[in-house]
Design a protein around this ligand. Structure first.
Ligand SMILES: C[S@@+](CC[C@H](N)C(=O)[O-])C[C@H]1O[C@@H](n2cnc3c(N)ncnc32)[C@H](O)[C@@H]1O
Length: 221
């Protein structure tokens, strides 16, 4: 498991969540067979609660992979929603496109292929939620380049922010991950102290941060 919680707690909580069916089940099986990391069932549940309770209709996602989370959030947001999802790996984007077509969601989910750091500036629109699930060392840059696209009151949500516990405990740190961990810590410190955001960091899955945008965010660097 992710080194975040006690295994018995994770097992218990994950055991409470009913299995998926249909297209999501098929995608989960594909992800497992092909070692594609996708959001865990508890994170999927949390996204459902956030989307339903805040009436989220427009979502910008960074990190599509095979489109599992995109299809999941599209199901949660329902008819008339609009999801833009960015993926830099063309092969993954192609697989996501096939699954999204199979799910009949191609009118609601738009995949943009490219490095989010490069193309974020060109993404049009205003969003109710931005969900970041991509290169962890780039979270701060992703935020700088997308936060103006989040409406006031919208949610900036980032997965894997505790990175197998490494950001919280040096004894867990793997040497080759030092730079990513330093960057993640800087990001977490920023969102925790920024007065324009109300942030909670939750030790669920691999750690997830939820920031509500209270007013326009300024970066002093
Ligand atoms: C953990 S997977 C995303 C899983 C997906 N959100 C899900 O739950 O179904 C991370 C994905 O982000 C992509 N990625 C990483 N850095 C990126 C970047 N800078 N721009 C666009 N995509 C990126 C990777 O290629 C990978 O497919």
């Amino acid at each position: 498991m992710a080194n975040i919680n006690y295994d018995y707690i994770d097992r218990f909580l994950l055991g409470m969540i009913p299995e998926q069916s249909g297209i999501l089940k098929e995608m989960e099986e594909y992800a497992k067979e092909n070692n594609v990391p996708i959001i865990t069932p508890d994170i999927a549940r949390l996204l459902t609660v956030l989307i339903k309770s805040a009436n989220v209709r427009t979502i910008l996602e960074i990190g599509t992979a095979i489109g599992y989370s995109a299809v999941h959030v599209c199901l949660c947001a329902g008819e008339g929603c609009a999801i833009t999802t960015i993926e830099r790996n063309e092969e993954s984007a192609g697989i996501a496109s096939d699954f999204i077509k199979k799910a009949g969601m191609e009118d609601r989910i738009k995949i943009v292929t490219g490095d989010a750091e490069v193309i974020l500036n060109d993404i049009p629109g205003s969003f109710d939620m931005i969900f970041v699930d991509a290169a962890k060392g780039q979270y701060m840059d992703f935020m700088k380049k997308s936060i103006d696209k989040l409406r006031i009151g919208g949610l900036f949500v980032c997965d894997n922010v505790l990175f197998r516990g490494m950001v919280a405990d040096r004894s867990l740190l793997i040497r080759r991950k030092i730079t990513i961990v330093k960057r993640l810590k800087k990001f977490l410190s920023f969102i925790s102290s920024c007065e324009s955001l109300a942030t909670a960091i939750i030790p669920m899955g691999d750690g997830i941060s939820i920031s509500c945008k209270l007013k326009e965010v300024e970066f002093n660097e």
